[in-house]
Structures are given as structure tokens and as C-alpha cells.
Design a protein around this ligand. Sequence first.
Ligand code: NCC
Length: 452
Amino acid sequence: MTKTSLTHWYFHCVYFRTSMRSMKRRVKKLDMVTWLLFLMVVILFVQMTRVYSSMPLIPSLPWSRDTDDFQDRLEAILHRPTWMPESWDKQHPDLERYWREERLRRQVRKRLRGTSLGLTRSEIRTRFAKRVLDRLRKGDMSNERMLSLLVRGQIQHYSLENKFNVVSKRQRETSRSSREELLCQLKRQVGRWTLSGTEEPFSGLGWAKLVPNATVEQLYGERLKTCAVVSSAASIINSGLGKEIDSHDAVLRYNAAPTEGYEEDVGTKTTIRVINSQILGSPRFNFSRSELYKNVTLLAWDPGPYNGDLHRWYQEPDFDLFSAYVERRRRKPSQPFYILHPSYLWRLWDVIQGNTKEDIQPNPPSSGFTGIMVMMALCEQVDVYEFIPSRRQTDLCHYYDYLENRACTLGAYHPLLFEKALVRRLTHSTERDIGVKGRLSLPGFRTIQCDT
Ligand code: NCC
């Protein structure tokens, strides 16, 4: 070996050793970097799934929370981080709907930024609800844009869905009807308001014999002078209204709202119960056994298609109310039990829409509004408790459970806010009566004169 090649080898080895050392250092460094990268990917993944699961309109992941309810969806909108990668959104097929909601999100954010003076978001939301309800109590609904900010998102969502194929656009309010005109419009809707069993497909199933012989009007005749309607709102807690409610000839309650344990505030008497089809169709309400549904007149409802196709309704009700109805009628034929005609619900909906400037949710009116109309058809005077919440208003949903959801009061699925605005226009009750006492009075339809 020559001297040069030896030197060459020597330098080669030295070079190799130093490069190996630096490689090792690099690998060590790389190790840390890899670990850090890995950690970041994990964190990012967790964050992404959280964001994804709180995103409205995107199909739920198995571990995501259910965003079906609009209030939840609105919460999700409000809490959603702003750094969502756009490309991700664009993969979503329901883009149009997503961007509509995005616009709403921006408006809500802008509004919140403007008012958030050291308040938490839930405080702001509560204040916002209070402001809407204050205006509702005063009957000051001139600025309907304010209402729509709260409900616009859900209306958009439900309008796009239009589950019941409602044809609404031609029916918005153009000029404001007087109280008397409104009352007459509603009175005219009373007529065929429960199923008689003679309609197809029910007649073919022998329902003419199943449905009670006497109609609801025949059942009560003109006996009922004063009637009370008790909303299930939590604002009735601490009202001490129980005795006053019981002093009425008849009392109407809703769904699974109990009296036991709440007598002081809601009274003890129940004459009629308006129940939605969930009560009949969902096992958790134990309809066949529960004492709540015994010894009272029952009026059940389920939204059929807007066009009145009873065949389709019978095939595809929201909840299967028909089996439970047939079973109960066979087991307890003496109990007055009726199903509200879907066309009656939609006729009421038409009146609400026809007297509102905006497009309302294309979903049926709430049990609350329907029950008020039922009592107005049967009684001379109707006192409605906590339909428009008093100053005891709270974000709690019901007086009998701990669910907190402002949609119960302002509406999500049902056009509740518009129903409340309409009922406010029907009453002469003072702001004090509504705000302090939690009561508003309405005349029975038979006390008002209308041109036919
Ligand atoms: O909650 P709900 O209504 O049973 O209430 C009956 C009526 O009281 C009025 N209300 C209630 C709570 C509140 N904070 N403010 C109010 O003004 C409303 O007028 C309401 O209609 C219904 O209308 O049938 C509804 O039913 C519930 C639910 O199906 C039943 O309680 C059975 O559990 C619906 N909630 C859900 O589906 C989650 C509600 O949207 C409408």
C-alpha cells in the first residue's frame, strides 16, 4: 500500500467516524422530531374528530354527539373553531346547505362579538332569549328580523328538508289582520278536526266503529265555561298557580307533564291531555300502563303530509300511533280518545304562516298551540298559563325534568315563536298579567261572531 493510499484510508476512516457520529446525533434528533411529529398528529386527529363531531350537517361519526336537535346544532355552530380547513368542507356533498349555515354562523358571531361585554356565551344567549320574550310579552313584534336571527338557521334547515312537502311560499302575511279577524280565521278552521274513522284507509280497517261515537264537541257540549291550558314550561315553577288552575271547569295538559309533586304550581285536575305520537309510539313513555293517560280525554296527533294523503300517513307516520290507538280503544272503549286530523294541524299552520311576514318552519304547530285551539273550540273563556313565559322564564325545558334547552321555549322543530306571537295578538291580557302572573286569557270561539 502506498503512503498516499494509507493517508487516504486514514482520512476516509476519520471522515466515516465523524459522519457516523453526526448521523447518530441526527438520528437522535430525528427521533425526537419523529416523536414530536407523531404526538402532533395524534393531537390533531383528536381535535379533528372533535371538530368533525360538532360540525352540523355532516353525518355523525359513531362517537360523535347527536346534533339532530337544532339547539344542539346552534351550540355547535357557536362553539366551532374558526380554523377549519376549507378543503375539508368542500368534500362535503351538502355544500349549499353548509354555506347557508356558515353565513348564519358569521352573523351570530358578529352579533356576539358586539355584545359580549365580559359575558359568557351562554349568558349572552340567555339574555338574547329574554329580550325576545320581553318583546313577545309586550306584543312588540315589529322588528321581526330580531326573531329571525334566532330561528333563521333552523327554518333554513327545515325548509330545505321540507319533510311534509308543505306549499308555503304564497301564504306570507301581507297586511296585518286585526284581533277579531284573526280569531275568526282560527274559528273557521274548526270543523273536521278529529278522525271520524270513515276516511280511507281507516274505514276499510273498521275504524268507524273504533272511534268514539260522540265527537269531542258533543262530549262537552256547551258545558265548559272557563278552561285552563297549562304549558309544560319550567317557568311555572314557584308560580303558586295550582289552586287557580284547578278552579276552572276543565284543564288541558300536554304529553307526559305530571301533576303529582307539582300540585302547588300546576294544580291537580286534568280533563284533556294532548299527546304527540311519540307518547304512543315510543316505549319509554309506557303509554299503556302510565296513570297519566287514564281517566282523561286523550287527543293524539301526528303530522301527516301537507297534501292530506292519509294513505301515506298511515304507511309512514312519524311515530306509530295507530297500533297503540287501536289497542287502547279495544281495551278501554269508554275512554274518550281521538286522533287529530292532520289536515286540521296544517290548516292551523296555514293561519300562522298567513299571519307572519317570514317563512316559518314547514313543520306542524306544537301541541301547545293545538291544545289552545282545542280549548277555544270547547270553552267560553280560556286561560293559558306560561305559553308566553312570564318573568320566571328559564332555559330549563319543562317544570318536571332537568333538560336545559331554550328551543323548548322559542321553538326549533315547531314554529313556536310564531305561534306565541300569534297568540299574543289574540289576547287583551296586559303585559303585567303575562309577565308577572304567567297567564293570558282568550275568548272561546262560540263567544265571537264571524261572517261565514
Ligand atoms: O315539550 P312539550 O312539547 O311536551 O311541551 C308541551 C307544550 O308546552 C309548551 N312549552 C313547553 C316547554 C317550554 N319551555 N315552553 C313551552 O311553551 C309548548 O307549546 C309545547 O308544545 C310537543 O309540542 O308535543 C312537544 O313535545 C316534546 C316531546 O315530544 C314530549 O314532551 C314527549 O317527550 C318535543 N320534544 C322533543 O321531541 C325532544 C317538543 O319539541 C314539542
